[in-house]
Design a protein around this ligand. Structure first.
Ligand SMILES: NC(=O)c1ccc[n+]([C@@H]2O[C@H](COP(=O)([O-])OP(=O)(O)OC[C@H]3O[C@@H](n4cnc5c(N)ncnc54)[C@H](OP(=O)(O)O)[C@@H]3O)[C@@H](O)[C@H]2O)c1
Length: 272
């Protein structure tokens, strides 16, 4: 246990982010949690305090829309106000939109791209600089939550999959840039996971056998398992880490098989 360390988690009010908060809290970390919904943050705080940790580390919550102008600056100002030096940044907040791109609401698409791409880039920029200037000697880590959807273009999830391809590519390059500065950078790429994400994306559970939503719900893994990987990746040699056997196979196939074989299968699976 290391009670000195502080982890900042975006999107910590729900799903994978909430499980990540619980996992790190149980290991003695202080938390800074950012999410849209203040009620969800209050619930998280109550659940964490009911764990009765011996040191009852502080949990600082900031309800904030990360797509708002000045969001990155507001996060920095909040950390200054509470005097928190961030040891681990976890960019987890994100959402998807499932439909033909031309049928989606463009304002929603732009908000998704802002959250999944610009907020990740902005917070990595802010905290990489702060970590470089930090006076504490504790190891520093950045973890970005990608997705298996990053591994190939996906019809009906075109903009979302492309936004996660940005996250993986950006993270892998950042890990090289910051290696000699002592900042470890990792990308955790879950496949479909049992969280509100699927409903938000427009992939509600339904019984239409073989539909994308049907398959997504059938093979979804638990957010706890994804959170465990996010915890275990700290200090590991893995840059891109993929939880679960099915997702690992997916990663290997899209990396080693030629696109001419992979893409028609993906197009068939998702374009319906
Ligand atoms: N679940 C999956 O199948 C799956 C698969 C692969 C990758 N992922 C990735 O995993 C990450 C976490 O998703 P999840 O499955 O845990 O979904 P989730 O339960 O819907 O959680 C998303 C979190 O992001 C927050 N958020 C959304 N918009 C925001 C904004 N504008 N500003 C600040 N916070 C915002 C949400 O806050 P509110 O709850 O207050 O709205 C929520 O806490 C995402 O990056 C997602 O792309 C998920």
């Amino acid at each position: 246990m290391n009670s000195q360390k502080t982890v900042l988690v975006t999107g910590g009010g729900s799903g994978i982010g909430k499980e990540i908060c619980k996992r790190f809290y149980k290991e003695g970390y202080q938390l800074v949690v950012i999410s849209l919904d203040a009620d969800e943050l209050n619930t998280l705080q109550e659940e964490l305090s009911s764990l009765n940790m011996p040191n009852s580390q502080p949990v600082h919550c900031l309800p904030l829309d990360l797509t708002g102008s000045n969001a990155t600056r507001n996060v920095g100002a909040f950390c200054d106000k509470i005097h928190c030096d961030i040891d681990i940044l976890i960019n987890n907040a994100g959402f998807g939109l499932h439909d033909k791109h031309s049928d989606l609401n463009l304002d929603q698409v732009n908000a998704m791209l802002h959250l999944n791409i610009l907020a990740v880039s902005g917070l990595c920029h802010l905290f990489a600089n702060r970590m470089l200037q930090s006076k504490t000697s504790t190891p520093k880590t950045i973890i970005n939550i990608g997705s298996t959807s990053a591994f190939q273009p996906i019809p009906m999830l075109a903009a979302y999959a492309a936004s996660k391809a940005f996250v993986v590519s950006f993270t892998e390059a950042l890990s090289v840039e910051l290696k000699d500065d002592g900042i470890d950078v990792h990308c955790v790429c879950p496949g479909t996971t049992k969280t509100p994400f699927l409903d938000v994306a427009g992939l509600s559970d339904n019984t239409k056998f073989g539909s994308t939503a049907y398959i997504a719900h059938k093979i979804a893994m638990s957010p706890k398992d994804v959170a465990n990987l996010a915890f275990n990746v700290v200090g590991s040699k893995y840059i891109t880490a993929v939880p679960g056997l099915v997702n690992k196979l997916h990663y290997q196939m899209t990396h080693w098989l030629p696109n001419i074989i992979v893409q028609p299968v993906v197009n068939r699976l998702f374009n319906r």
